[in-house]
Design a protein around this ligand. Structure first.
Ligand SMILES: C[S@@+](CC[C@H](N)C(=O)[O-])C[C@H]1O[C@@H](n2cnc3c(N)ncnc32)[C@H](O)[C@@H]1O
Length: 431
């Protein structure tokens, strides 16, 4: 059996049946399965995950029973087969069908004839499958075309209009690319570019953030000694830019109230030349361990971490900080190109209660800001209710803060994750 497809199958089953995060499941299965082409496995797994609703819509066209009744293992093999046939030009038709049948013999015993039949029917009449009528039901059309739950399409159409909603959906597909942040405590941008180029990586400077480099060619960068020695970290451009907007200075005191896994905290420490102090808290103790481990790799020693629920005031920190970061928990709708499983979340009451929690965290965080200090709010989502509306409500209740800079990063404009940042300053004493 082809180890590439077997690995992809196991990763997809982990996501479907164990609710595993796609990136973690994929990395785990690649280590276990040792496929000959990890890049093929990645393309197949992400292709299937990103297009799941569209693939199921196609499969439903070729079967008589309700697709809900098809076993998960069969559905995964069928999605993989249809994706290879319809969307992977490098895979010959016979290989897509034959390898799917081999998988089916192992994981869908007794139903390989059914799987073979569906794939062959698709080859014969793939053009017969029509998307829902756009003029009759634009939400359903976009939902199937870009494989995204209708409530998310509806939310973006409502807040940004149909054209922008489609642009966001379109640019939230495909390989997000890899951005690394230069660790200025250990190297400089030019030096790192030179050293990575010597190792045959292709590097371009980011236009969004100063310390970001885009890796356009070369794999296994995290296996490299330059990474192990802490010369860089992986972080999206919009996330790096957030810290550059916060602009913490050497010698300052900073508080990060939702800090794990530590991307922004550590970027801030590097920007502060590892001088001053950062208090990094998170509600989960086990996640704080990730920050400490990364701090060791990067040579950062100015962190103090402790577990804390950011909705509760920590009296030790009142009016102590020059800069406070509230990078709050959110719906994550800006990072669906990295975590496609977010597109398939059913709307839950937890989603509607997020802005309340976000405002609560921001309000508590504001109490740690010194007079004249900076308060910055950020999310990795594209949803005005979690972004602009939270800020409006906060400013209505806290007249001593005002906006310095506000930005919504958009995948279709900035080619980054969808990210919202609002930098505010405390302009007078607490009332
Ligand atoms: C968007 S993530 C933060 C990402 C982090 N700032 C970074 O750049 O790596 C939000 C974090 O908030 C934490 N969190 C959720 N609810 C919290 C609460 N009530 N108090 C403190 N942290 C919380 C989560 O554990 C999660 O790590």
């Amino acid at each position: 059996m082809d180890a590439n497809r077997k690995t992809a199958y196991h990763a997809l089953m982990d996501v479907e049946t164990k609710n595993a995060y796609s990136n973690l499941a994929l990395n785990h299965q690649i280590i276990c399965g040792r496929p000959s082409s990890p890049s093929f496995v990645r393309s197949l797994v992400y292709g299937v995950l990103e297009n799941k609703m569209l693939l199921d819509y196609i499969i439903a066209h070729y079967i008589t029973r309700d697709i809900e009744k098809v076993k998960t293992s069969d559905l995964v093999v069928l999605r993989m087969g249809i994706y290879q046939l319809g969307y992977m030009d490098s895979v010959p038709e016979y290989a897509a069908v034959n390898e799917s049948v081999v998988l089916a013999k192992k994981f869908c015993r007794g139903r390989e004839g059914f799987i073979n039949g569906v794939l062959r029917a698709y080859i014969r009449s793939r053009h017969a499958v029509r998307l829902p009528d756009r003029s009759e039901d634009p939400v359903k059309y976009l939902s199937i075309k870009y494989s995204c739950e209708e409530w998310i399409v509806d939310l973006w159409m409502d807040q940004y209009g149909a054209d922008t909603a489609e642009a966001i959906l379109k640019h939230s597909q495909g390989n997000p690319g890899l951005c690394i942040r230069v660790n200025t405590l250990k190297t400089g941008k030019e030096d790192l570019i030179r050293r990575l180029t010597e190792k045959n990586f292709e590097i371009k400077e980011s236009l969004i953030c100063q310390s970001g480099l885009l890796v356009t060619k070369g794999s296994q960068i995290l296996e490299d000694t330059l990474y192990k020695n802490g010369l860089f970290s992986v972080q999206d451009e919009s996330s790096i830019r957030t810290v550059e907007m916060l602009d913490p200075q050497a010698g300052e005191m900073m508080v990060d109230v939702c800090a794990a896994p530590g991307g922004k905290t550590l970027a801030a420490a590097e920007r502060m030349s590892n001088r001053g102090q950062i208090v990094a808290t998170d509600i989960y103790l086990r996640k704080l361990a990730l920050i400490t481990k990364e701090a060791d790799r990067l040579g950062v020693s100015i962190l103090r971490t402790w577990p804390w629920d950011a909705t509760k005031v920590d009296s030790e920190l009142l009016e102590k900080a020059d800069r406070v970061l509230a990078d709050v928990p959110c719906s994550g709708l800006g990072v669906i190109r990295r975590k496609p499983e977010i597109k398939y979340k059913k709307r839950v009451s937890e989603f509607d209660s997020l802005p309340v929690k976000q405002l609560e965290i921001l309000t508590v965080a504001s109490k740690y800001v010194k007079k004249g200090g900076v308060l910055q709010y950020s999310t990795c989502t594209i949803n005005k209710k979690e972004n602009e509306d939270v800020i409006k409500e906060f400013l209505r209740k806290n007249k001593n803060f005002s906006i310095v800079e506000e930005r919504q990063f958009m995948p279709h404009i900035d080619k980054t994750d969808g990210f919202y940042v609002c930098k505010m300053v405390r302009s007078d004493s607490l009332i």
